[in-house]
Design a protein around this ligand. Structure first.
Ligand SMILES: [Zn+2]
Length: 167
């Protein structure tokens, strides 16, 4: 039997690790494994802290590392982003609304760009909205098409007038 110097419990010698130099260690197996666990968790914290500190001191490197990771794992990253977005659709919506509020010029510019690239859709949208305002309900598709044509005809007429040689 041997008494552990840490917990003070007298235990069978099989409960102690042997050491080539000193024979049995002075602390029992249980105490040593506790001490190891303790050291591990303290160390883990230290490692995490070091990592954090390094990241703060090397922000540009971190961005490069992240970017390299994204480049190497495009599909995985995109999949994860999509999963996150579907789980957090409310958050995504809220952040989109907030972004729009904070960037009115960008919103305006992108709308103008879209309008320029999609003139037919713009005409359709205007026709739809005008009809809806007039009717007070969702206008039927045929009516929207007619209205659209009306706009286009008006535009053509205007152009024709401009091109008419003056007398
Ligand atoms: Zn012990």
């Amino acid at each position: 039997m041997k008494r552990c110097t840490k917990c003070g419990v007298e235990k069978d010698e099989s409960e102690f690790y042997t050491c080539k130099r000193d024979g049995l260690l002075r602390r029992c197996k249980v105490c040593i494994s506790e001490a190891n666990k303790d050291w591990m968790s303290r160390n883990e914290k230290r490692v995490a802290e070091n990592k954090q500190r390094w990241a703060e001191a090397n922000k540009e490197k971190v961005i490069l590392i992240k970017k390299a990771y994204v480049d190497r794992n495009k599909e995985k990253v995109e999949q994860r982003r999509r999963n996150w977005a579907s789980v957090n659709s409310e958050k995504v919506r809220a952040s989109r609304i907030r972004w729009k509020k904070e960037n009115p010029e960008k919103v305006k510019a992108s709308r103008e760009k879209w309008n320029k690239a999609n003139p037919e859709k713009v005409v359709r949208k205007v026709a739809y909205q005008n009809l809806k305002a007039t009717l007070g309900f969702k206008p039927p598709e045929e009516l929207v098409l007619l209205k659209q044509q009306q706009y286009l005809i008006n535009k053509e007429l205007k152009n024709a007038k401009h091109q008419q040689p003056s007398e």
